[in-house]
Write a protein that binds this ligand. Structure first.
Ligand code: DX5
Ligand code: ZN
Length: 220
């Protein structure tokens, strides 16, 4: 496992054989499994909830990286913690009391992350950075897999990396999500990202191991 984590997003998997899909990326060298939860309100799409995630959890040793694209995420934190989440990430834009939600996640023994949309500045997480394990910089507008990477987000990744260095927060992970493939992975890593979510770039290919290897090789 390198210092750069690859987190395939099951949003792009074949839901009819989810267990096999998860096993395939685990064999293929994934570091985390990214679980995209959408509510049809915060984002214009619906996926799955803690029941489906709880069905996957016993099938894999991969840490489950839960990305909540939902309103009132605090109402679902206990259920996702119970279902086996390793990290729970909530959107800054969805939380009026962000500090409280972060601490709720941690009280459940789960690592806490905050995501920011492309239009949200890094300053939205500045005051809570000390409480976080991860910041997720959205590199597309959330809601769908297979969208094009937004190059303007690189500046925010750099800003966050600089802040992380200045504060000495070595433990803080910088995750990127959306449009990550062999062409964009080196750009985000150069900017400071160390967790790469990849949906289409992994599950859109018949050979998932080769797809993960290609992502890693693009970083050499
Ligand atoms: C987008 C989701 C992403 C998505 C990424 O709203 O949060 O995790 O699955 O998909 P790709 O890698 O295909 O852009
Ligand atoms: Zn995601």
């Amino acid at each position: 496992m390198s210092n750069i984590y690859i987190a395939p997003s099951i949003l792009s998997a074949d839901f009819a054989k989810l267990g096999e899909e998860v096993a395939e990326v685990e064999r293929g060298g994934a570091d985390w499994l990214h679980v995209d939860v959408m509510d049809g309100h915060f984002v214009p799409n619906l996926t799955f909830g803690p029941l489906v995630m709880g069905a996957i959890a016993p099938l894999t040793k991969l840490p489950l990286d839960v990305h909540l694209m939902i309103e009132k995420p605090e109402e679902y934190v206990p259920a996702f913690a119970q279902a086996g989440a390793h990290v729970i990430t909530v959107h800054a834009e969805a939380c009026v009391h962000l500090h409280r939600v972060i601490h709720l996640i941690k009280e459940h023994g789960v690592k806490a992350g905050v995501a920011i949309n492309p239009a949200t500045p890094v300053s939205a997480v500045r005051e809570v950075l000390t409480d976080l394990d991860l910041v997720l910089v959205m590199t597309v507008n959330p809601g769908f897999g297979g969208q094009a990477f937004i190059p303007g987000t690189l500046r925010k990744i750099r800003e966050l990396k600089q802040l992380k260095t200045e504060l000495g927060f070595d433990h803080l992970r910088i995750e990127v999500d959306g449009g990550i493939a062999a062409a964009t992975a080196p750009l985000v890593v150069e900017a400071g990202a160390d967790v790469l979510v990849a949906g289409n770039a992994v599950f859109g290919r018949s050979d998932r191991s080769a797809a993960i290897a290609e992502l890693r090789n693009s970083l050499k």
